[in-house]
Design a protein around this ligand. Sequence first.
Ligand code: KG4
Ligand code: ZN
Length: 341
Amino acid sequence: MSNYERVAPYQPKYIMGLESSCDETSVAILANGNEVLANLVSTQIPLHAKYGGVVPEVACRAHMEVINPLIAEALEKAQIGFNDLEAVAVTCGPGLVGAVLLGVAVAKTLAGCLNIPLIGVNHMEGHIYSALLENRDIEFPMICLLVSGGHTMLYKVDGLGLYTLLGSTRDDAAGEAFDKVSKALGLGYPGGPKIQALAEHGNKKAIRFSRPMLNDGYDFSFSGLKTAVVLHLQSAERGSDADICASFQEAVVDVLSKKALRAVSQYQAKSLALAGGVSANRALRERLHQGAKRLGITFACPSLDLCTDNAVMIAKAGWELANRGLRSPLSLDAKPNLELV
Ligand code: KG4
Ligand code: ZN
């Protein structure tokens, strides 16, 4: 069943966004589709860190405990009441089934009780809007690289809501590779920021790790690279952890940026966007920024606080869907494997 039904386009003055698909509970309020009045994120990282990754049952329970207080706090921060809300947008997938279900149930309750439109948002589409929030002059076609803990996808975007998937990962996601290498090095979870910090003190040319599928279409593969790093850790000449982190990060950045920039040239894109948790990576942002500059196109990527999961991007995507005349029925369901097409 479709997540949407068509209505006359509408522009909610105040829209609440809810995000609970993985390990952050977030509530945001957006005014007039652009102005962030509240963006509250309650992270569960300390809860999951001791297990080395996200534990679904722990995630669900934590979302349940904090979501109502966060909603109250967001309204207070925005200085509005429940009755001022004109729409509620919520991540309806992809993600951990129980975690997404919880957010959807809360959003449906709000929409039903307040008699306002409910808008289900694909979490990955939310990430795309995090890049567009602060870059309003985007021209299409746009190439968008979405890199998170669960996904690595390259899209051609021909206009708002018009997505063509060019390639995705065949095994591990880019963020997952950062997390697994970090775990192997004993650096902890989430791995991306820890690897980036160590990499800054290392030599990126110290070890020549393989660049999987570099010249091979638009699909990605990171599990072989992760294994190469793990095997390297057992070798006699392993060198410093900083060199290993710098060399691993360089291999990931090389593959991601070369494919994204090749797609820009092949499809004569007018802009390039980077989003998802891994878009916080400084080396990747810098490489794509330079590449886009060389090609004379716009580069859009979220500010650092909007790279990882947040509800501002869900509220923004929800507002744009409303503006296109879409809303969700109250029968909206959580779709853990929801795809973006
Ligand atoms: O989008 P996100 O918050 O959650 C998912 O939807 O998965 O992405 C989280 C991922 C984690 O794998 C984390 O290690 C990675 O983003 N990440 C980074 C950095 N910051 C977060 N990866 C590389 N460099 C970073 N600075
Ligand atoms: Zn995400």
